[in-house]
Write a protein of this length. Structure first.
Length: 88
């Protein structure tokens, strides 16, 4: 019985140590792992995506309008705005 109690306390102490140190690493490392994409905030297609995303979110729809743009950069801006507006 004494052997099991000692082992249980050791396992508990180890788990607490790992969780505390892991939380500190996560808190300090979080800003470094955030993806920093281009700033589309003044792009017309980004703003259109924001409006569509907000509208779909308000009406509980999922990508109601499928818009396609000739330029890849415009498509990315629209999708980024849609995701931001939809709350994803």
């Amino acid at each position: 019985m004494k052997m099991n109690l000692t082992r249980g306390i050791g396992v508990l102490a180890l788990a607490a140590g790992i969780s505390l140190s892991g939380g500190a690493v996560l808190a300090t490392g979080a800003p470094f792992f955030q993806e920093q994409g281009p700033d589309y905030s003044h792009n017309k297609t980004y703003q259109q995506g924001m409006r569509d995303g907000q509208s779909d979110h308000a009406h509980k729809r999922d990508h109601y309008k499928k818009r396609h743009f000739k330029k890849d950069e415009d498509q990315k801006a629209y999708e980024a705005g849609y995701q931001k507006g939809h709350g994803n």
